[in-house]
Design a protein around this ligand. Structure first.
Ligand code: 5RP
Length: 210
């Protein structure tokens, strides 16, 4: 089981500062959607240049023009790019095709998908690398999480790795781990802690045992 740090509410320098503290405890660093909106794909490039050994995920949440947008993210140095599960199959196919050309990976984010199990099975069959259940900030504000969704997709996803994101904290991590995802994505559960290094280290310890 791997740990991904999601960086959302910082600029490029802030992102690099956090990663320099916790790089030893994470497998993947995510340049979150808000950073890409504020700073563009330069943020992905800057992170990859600063930490070439780390796997960098660009959370573009692609909804259209999958091939083109994955190509631009790959040019910036992204190893993994996100595409929305609510997008058309042709968008996901285009993204997968483009990613394969340069050895990159596609994570499909099922945020706001209504029939989670059905869509998970469909995108799995399209050859994506990760299928991710996700309660975004707006759902988290309503007290929702994706723990049940993770269990729902685990039985239908056959070839891709499974992932979960959205409001995961140290106290909820054991419940997440018990559901057996391949990848746990944590943002505020690390960045919002006063001792980010200690939080990342403890999370890494727990996911590594699974
Ligand atoms: O993609 C996101 C929001 O759309 C976040 O990166 C994801 O939810 C992880 O962050 P957190 O653990 O703070 O919820």
């Amino acid at each position: 089981m791997k740990l991904q740090l999601a960086l959302d509410l910082v600029n490029i320098d802030g992102a690099k500062e956090i990663v320099s503290e916790v790089a030893g405890f994470i497998d993947i660093v995510e340049i979150g959607t808000p950073i890409v909106i504020n700073e563009g794909l330069h943020a992905v490039k800057a992170m990859k240049e600063a930490f070439p050994a780390l796997t960098v995920l660009a959370d573009l949440k692609i909804m259209d023009a999958g091939g083109y947008e994955v190509m631009k993210a790959a040019e910036a140095g992204a190893d993994i790019v996100t595409v929305l599960g609510v997008s058309d199959d042709s968008t996901i196919k285009g993204a997968v095709e483009e990613a394969k050309k340069s050895g990159r990976e596609i994570l499909v984010d099922l945020i706001n998908v209504k029939d989670i199990a059905a869509r998970a099975a469909e995108v799995d069959a399209l050859g994506v690398d990760y299928v991710c259940v996700h309660s975004g900030y707006d759902h988290q504000a309503e007290g929702k999480n994706s723990f049940a969704d993770l269990q729902a997709i685990k039985s239908v996803v056959k070839q891709a790795k499974t992932a979960i994101a959205g409001g995961i904290k140290l106290n909820t991590l054991p419940e997440v781990i018990a559901a057996g995802p391949d990848l746990v994505i944590v943002g505020g559960g690390i960045t919002g802690e006063s001792d980010q290094k200690a939080a990342a280290a403890e999370m890494k310890r727990l996911v590594s045992q699974a």
